[in-house]
Design a protein around this ligand. Structure first.
Ligand SMILES: *Cc1c(COP(=O)(O)O)cnc(C)c1O
Length: 425
């Protein structure tokens, strides 16, 4: 076929295609190592002169199948799977930044990312400036310094679920020769493909919608292949690398320099690789991603509308509601639906928020989102508990905020569950 298949079809058919007589499903290659006949050939593999597998910390066929699928869905030139979403973030940041560098982050990020940026990277001499998610161009421009190597944001911010103006922010970043890194976990490539709007690196916690069934931790970093690493800011990508006999990544791998360097320098040295069994489970989840996201979005839209009309609810934040300040951005970036995460405030106190949660029966109280099963959490006392009062305020995480991750159950049951729990307040 010459026509490019659409994204839902590619969830099922991209990746490693079986040849004559091969298993239809890409097998689980549960092997740490791979056998060769020639010492010279294995030497060439180590020098990156030949492509092939030699040790599963660097690459594994089952993991490579997942990487090929997600690179294809996002429209990138390569991808590197990691042990978790957090290690995907660490991989992207450590590949781009070293001691003395600086990051500009659009706030309203996942709690773990805020903690990574405020505490961990600082210990390695990397500084971070947070700017509001809706900051005008001038404010972002002002935050960017000579040593800024990354502008970082999430397609749909967490947990206030606001949509990022990716194209506008990419333009500001690019004017300064800085790549834009986007965490696309909540949107998935079904709803939004950030490369189409100028993002340079896209990453995911595959633990969430991509696996979708709360079975496997994982993350992935996807290389858009369009950023010019030769712009004077990224000498590590251009100059001879002493850990590879003086190889220049840009010279040797062209527009895939970022993803190759991420794998052969950082995954090799730090080792936060995805386990083959997790990749195997994740590719199973991926086959129904488009179907599930459609249902997550339509269920969440109905629940958000219901909550908005309820007199025990103070406010609702869901990009699919016309009242949402980022509704216009949702229409541009997520025209097919706004995914499954809703934040809302119950009237009353933090005790009312917790009581509502305790009275739910179909929604389960878990530290998770983006699961086939509906989930609920009280971020102020759990996922965002380690943040200071000031950070909580900045992120809009109030005491009465409840976060729902709407699953794919029948909508009648979900609405009845919420109605019942609200009626007890
Ligand atoms: C969960 C999550 C992460 C971290 O992923 P893990 O797989 O839990 O390490 C990062 N970003 C977002 C948006 C998330 O929801």
């Amino acid at each position: 076929m010459t026509k490019k298949l659409s994204v839902g079809t590619r969830c099922i058919h991209s990746g490693n295609l079986p040849e004559n007589g091969d298993p239809r499903v890409f097998p689980l290659v549960q092997s740490t190592t791979f056998k060769y006949d020639s010492a010279d050939f294995l030497g060439d593999l180590f020098d990156l002169k030949e492509a092939g597998f030699f040790y599963s910390r660097v690459a594994n066929p089952t993991v490579a199948d997942l990487e090929a699928k997600i690179a294809d869905l996002e429209g990138g030139v390569g991808a590197v799977a990691t042990s978790s979403g957090m290690s995907a973030i660490a991989l992207a940041i450590f590949t781009l930044c070293k001691s003395g560098d600086h990051i500009v982050a659009l706030s309203n990020l996942y709690g773990g990312t805020v903690s990574f940026f405020t505490n961990t990277v600082k210990r390695y001499g990397i500084d971070v400036t947070f700017v509001p998610v809706n900051a005008p161009d001038e404010v972002i421009q002002e935050a960017i310094q000579k040593n800024t190597k990354v502008v970082y944001g999430e397609t749909i911010g967490n947990p206030r679920v606001e949509v990022l103006d990716i194209e506008r922010i990419a333009n500001v970043a690019h004017k300064n020769g800085v790549p834009l890194v986007i965490d696309n976990t909540f949107a998935t490539p079904i709803l939004c493909r950030p490369f189409e709007f100028g993002a340079d690196i896209v990453l995911h916690s595959t633990t969430k919608y991509i696996d979708g069934h709360a079975r496997a931790l994982g993350g992935i970093v996807v290389d858009g292949g369009k950023f010019d690493w030769n712009n004077g800011k990224f000498s590590d990508f251009v100059e001879p690398d002493p850990s590879y006999h003086g190889l220049s990544f840009v010279e040797a791998f062209g527009n895939a320099a970022f993803s190759v360097k991420a794998r052969v320098a950082y995954i090799r040295d730090i080792g936060f690789v995805q386990a083959p069994f997790n990749a195997f489970l994740t590719t199973l989840g991926l086959e129904t991603l488009a179907l599930r996201i459609e249902r997550h979005s339509s269920n969440a839209q109905k629940i958000a509308e219901y909550l908005e009309s309820h007199d025990k609810v103070e406010w609702v934040s869901y990009p699919g509601l016309k009242s949402n300040p980022t509704y216009e951005l949702k229409q541009k970036y997520l025209p097919k639906g706004a995914s499954g995460v809703i934040a809302f405030g119950v009237k009353g106190s933090s005790e009312d928020a917790k009581k509502f949660i305790d009275n739910l029966e179909v929604f389960s109280l878990v530290t998770h989102v983006a699961d086939a099963k509906s989930c609920v959490i009280h971020p102020a006392s759990t996922t965002h508990r380690q943040l200071s009062k000031e950070q909580l305020e900045k992120g809009g995480i109030t005491e009465t905020l409840v976060r729902l991750s709407v699953g794919i159950e029948d909508i009648e049951d979900l609405l009845a569950d919420i109605e019942n729990a609200l009626s007890k307040l």
